[in-house]
Design a protein around this ligand. Structure first.
Ligand code: PEP
Ligand code: MG
Length: 952
């Protein structure tokens, strides 16, 4: 043990607001706001290092349990692991020297506030709040009103001249302390509360009707509840009665504690010690662990939680008090207005938990324009300093405003994009900063489907549009059901009255979330936005019965398994499956992408095979087509028929007979696409897949022969089928993926590649004559050996080029290149690069070849287990395996540039649209990426972010 004890505790003013790792997100915001001179209740921070030290003695064991949990074990094992980790934590002691520093800092707080901890005549009460360096909304614990006991509550009532307030604070404290610190099931408190609340409500209506009438004249929305103070001046009798109820509630809560744990601790210092430990422990509560796993928060980024001990201010001191959450701009639309919610006469937890439905913050403007103005000015100041839209927690105690937290707001993708564009125009952000603030996921979500305006569906309910997109799914009512159903491959919508942090695993499993209670800042809304799930919250017309697994709207009953559609853009809820349409680029996104285009070094093309794809690609900003898979043109029945004849032909002459009309047919499609992409490069790949993919299966043909025989079909028809059977059997291969495909077809049947090339080149020649400027590149797939390229060039592509030039009398400047999708092509790139004008990495096949994982089977056979057991860090067919496949690519790029400095290098595998892969592809100096049309906007943004990241 070291002789000097570490400094674990800092008052807000002495701490550094830039050190989020040490003070946590909430901590730095409190430090920052204090230093900016905003009204913040005095307090101190116990650093995240303290929490690390707290766990240190048993770290290895805890880490290994967390690693087990990250494998998503079945519930029984999961629960056992969690029990184990908690019993370890319960045996831990606060780090050496911490307690003395806490006491010392409490004394400072006492000095600052003039109050005394535990003194009934002038008590200091505190909140003990968690706050990690990374944002984990609602995942960890907080205790409010700490310091109350049987004596202090009497003093507090006197001091505030309000018994109701004091006992309400006390019962909240026992409830929260019991649940969070002592681990008592919340349901036990809830049922006691509900019982008394019902009694109180009934009594109020029956015995205090006259007073209720008077209240409603002033506060029309008022309903009597045990957790809302009746206005004492208007209804003194009802008020007095409710105080008696609260006192009874306190006693009953203490009994719950006694039954489950022992006598409720009356010593405030003991309360404080236990609460600090509980906040440390909440770092390891199941939902926090799960949140970290799902958000890929690895231990090196995570760094535990800080504990903020803050002087209590009370939003429930009466109707001139209140609490709220406000955003400096509208987090749904991005509009520049103060947006948020305010609940008079309440404590913060009510808002965040979505227990009571709050008023819009505009109501505060009506009640107190001056407070509203103060809030507005502070929000703009914080926005400027933090360069982002702010999410601010505040409390008003007897007319005085206090700030309790600020952080960068979570927004809908629409709001994210609009606010950064506005902030650039307002001079708060630079274009570069704006680009880095928009995530590729935002772009993907902005292209999310919307309800088809032509669909004449009528909503059955309307809630708040908490998180965008429009999705259909089968209704489930429990997060565990959501997980189970999703595992079975079902699309589910999780329906709850309100959600709690413990539900978060269900969020990930569901395609959408629907709740009947809560506002835009309720847990469901915040988490859904954060993880990009469509959500509608506070659809109050829904009467949800979670246990019985149904909800009712009017006389419509929706049971578990029924289909509904929710629209997170409007808040509408529909019965059944409502058609959706894809969205286009909104103007603000187009603007950001235009800025991205100025910055990025990588070109962005699209993989497109038909005119509609090409049009979409162009609309999304593609600079050309990086891959046109020619075989996709053979889907139409008459073409497939001809193609089959070509494949089945037994000699060249016969093949040519069918190839000629086939080439003529596809030429028209080429013309259409080249016209759409006029002036932009189009890479057409010659036929690639194994040929048997275009043929019927032998067993199918055999069945047909059998049926024909049964029907006594004419002998010549049967003969023809028998011939077909013989041919398809001959053409079968044991390993088609490694068989007669790609360039090997071009080598064995040069006439095949000749006619395909002719179709491409004639289309280009005809367009050129019509005044267009087609830019054509012909690509040879599956090459492993440079001689393959030489062979098909000489035997097929160059002769076709000569013939077309002659036929049309036009010059055609055509690039000839190859796809790089075999390991040998990478290894011999020095030779290959000399033979071609361009190369394009086909990373789908190259990944298959490098791992020897079948791309058709791996993802539904063993890869899920590989991912779960962390044998591979990510699905290599989605995110480029930089260590292996990436190394091959990097090496090939170097060789290619060295032996052919003019060579053009791109990628057209799926990885071309994956942001993480794009980072790497930028770094190793590719010329362009090619992605599916919908991924083009993502690629444009990711390419700019890569350029900014690697800017030296
Ligand atoms: C590839 O292999 O990466 C590729 C783009 O080609 P395909 O997916 O058509 O095999
Ligand atoms: Mg391929």
């Amino acid at each position: 043990m070291s002789a000097t004890v570490k400094k674990y505790v800092y008052q807000f003013e002495e701490a550094d607001e830039h050190n989020k790792k040490l003070f946590g997100g909430k901590g730095v915001s409190l430090i920052q706001m204090s230093k900016l001179g905003l009204p913040v209740p005095p307090g101190f921070i116990i650093t995240t290092d303290t929490c690390v030290d707290f766990y240190a003695p048993r770290k290895a064991e805890i880490d290994s349990i967390e690693a087990e949990l990250s494998k998503n074990p079945p519930p029984e094992i999961r629960d056992r692991l969690i029990e184990k980790v908690w019993s370890i934590i319960d045996s831990l002691q606060l780090p050496q020297g911490l307690w003395e520093q806490v006491v010392e800092n409490m004394r400072i707080l006492e000095k600052k506030t003039g109050k005394k901890f535990g003194d009934p005549n002038n008590p200091l009460l505190v909140s003990v709040r968690s706050g990690a360096p990374i944002s984990m909304p609602g995942m960890m614990d907080t205790v409010l009103n700490l310091g109350l006991n049987d004596q202090v509550v009497v003093g507090l009532a006197k001091l505030a001249d309000n018994e109701w307030f004091a006992y309400d604070a006390y019962r909240r404290f026992i409830n929260m302390f019991g649940k969070i610190v002592l681990g008592i099931d919340e349901k036990q408190f809830n049922s006691v509360f509900e019982e008394l609340n019902e009694k109180f409500k009934k009594e109020a209506e029956e015995k205090f009707a006259d007073e209720l009438q008077k209240i409603r004249e002033k506060i029309p929305l008022y309903t009597p509840r045990l957790d809302a103070q009746p206005p004492r001046d208007i209804a003194p009798r009802l008020w007095q009665r409710s105080v008696e109820y609260l006192k009874e509630l306190v006693e009953k809560y203490k009994e719950v504690v006694k039954k489950n744990w022992g006598e409720f601790p009356q010593d405030p210092w003991k309360q404080l010690e236990l609460a600090i430990k509980a906040v440390f422990r909440s770092w390891m509560n199941p939902r926090a662990i799960f949140y970290r796993i799902m958000n890929k928060v690895t231990p090196d980024i995570a760094h535990c939680t800080a504990v903020n001990v803050v002087t209590m201010v009370f939003g429930n001191m009466g109707w001139d008090s209140g609490t709220g959450v406000v955003f400096s701009r509208d987090v749904a639309t991005g509009e520049d207005v103060l947006y948020g919610e305010f609940l008079p006469n309440a404590q913060g937890e009510d808002v965040v938990a979505g227990i009571r439905t709050p008023y819009p913050v505009s109501e505060l403007k009506r009640i107190s324009p001056q407070l509203y103005e103060e809030l507005y000015r502070a929000s703009k100041l914080l926005e400027k300093v933090n360069k982002d839209v702010q999410d601010i927690e505040f409390t008003v105690e007897r007319g005085k405003l206090y700030f309790l937290q600020c952080r960068d707001a979570k927004m809908t993708p629409l709001a994210r994009v609009k606010t950064v564009v506005d902030m650039v125009k307002e001079g708060i952000l630079t274009k570069e900063e704006a680009i880095l603030k928009v995530s590729p996921e935002h772009v993907i979500q902005l292209l999310y489907p919307r309800i088809d305006p032509k669909a004449k569906a009528t909503p059955i309910a309307k809630g708040l549009p908490a998180s965008p997109g429009a999705v259909s799914g089968q209704v489930v009512f429990h997060p565990d059901d959501a997980v189970r159903w999703a595992r079975e491959g079902k699309r589910v919508i999780l329906v709850r009255t309100e959600t709690k942090p413990d539900d978060v695993h269900g969020f990930y499993a569901a395609v959408g979330i629907l709740t009947s209670r809560g506002g835009m800042t309720s847990h469901a809304a915040v988490v859904a936005r954060a993880i990009g799930k469509t959500a509608v919250v506070g659809a109050e017309a829904l009467d949800v019965h979670e246990e019985e697994k149904y909800f009712r709207v009017g006389n419509i009953v929706v049971k578990e398994g029924d289909w509904v559609t929710i629209d997170g853009n409007t808040g509408n809820v529909y019965l059944g499956v409502v058609p959706t349409v894809e969205a286009g680029l909104i103007p603000e996104l187009a603007e950001i992408l235009a800025w991205a285009d100025e910055i990025r070094k990588l070109g962005v093309r699209a993989n497109a095979d038909v005119p509609a794809d090409a049009e979409m690609a162009l609309k999304f900003g593609a600079e050309g087509i990086g891959l046109l898979r020619i075989e996709r043109m053979f889907r139409k029945p008459e073409r497939l028929e001809l193609l089959r004849k070509v494949i089945l032909a037994e000699n060249t002459e016969e093949r040519v007979k069918h190839l000629k009309p086939l080439a003529e047919m596809i030429k028209q499609d080429f013309k259409e696409i080249f016209k759409i992409m006029d002036g932009k490069p189009v890479i057409v790949r010659l036929i690639d897949p194994p040929l048997h993919e275009f043929l019927p299966k032998p067993e199918e043909v055999l069945r047909e022969i059998y049926e024909l025989r049964m029907k006594n079909a004419p002998e010549n028809v049967i003969k023809e089928k028998e011939w077909l059977y013989k041919r398809v059997t001959v053409l079968q291969e044991a390993n088609p993926m490694l068989g007669h495909r790609g360039v090997r077809v071009g080598v064995t049947y040069p006439e095949f590649y000749y006619y395909l090339s002719t179709a491409i080149l004639e289309a280009a020649a005809e367009l050129k004559k019509e005044g267009y400027k087609p830019v054509i590149e012909i690509m040879i797939p599956q090459v492993a050996e440079v001689n393959e390229i030489r062979y098909v060039k000489q035997k097929a592509i160059l002769p076709a080029l000569e013939d077309v030039k002659k036929k049309y009398g036009v010059e055609l400047d055509v690039k000839i290149g190859t796809m790089v999708e075999t390991v040998r092509a990478c290894l011999t790139m020095d030779e290959i690069a000399k033979e071609v004008d361009f190369i394009s990495f086909g990373t789908n096949d190259l990944t298959q070849a490098t791992f020897s994982f079948s791309r058709d089977d791996a993802e539904n056979k063993f890869l899920p287990l590989y991912l779960q057991e962390k044998i591979v860090p990510a699905n290599p067919f989605e995110t480029l395996d930089v260590k292996g496949v990436g190394k091959l690519i990097e090496m090939a790029v170097k060789m290619a540039r060295a032996s052919n400095p003019k060579i053009e290098i791109g990628i057209c595998g799926e990885h071309g649209g994956d942001p993480a892969s794009i980072m790497f592809l930028h770094k190793i100096g590719l010329d362009y990426v090619s992605a599916s049309p919908f991924r083009v906007p993502v690629a444009r943004l990711a390419a700019a972010q890569a350029a900014l990241k690697y800017k030296s």
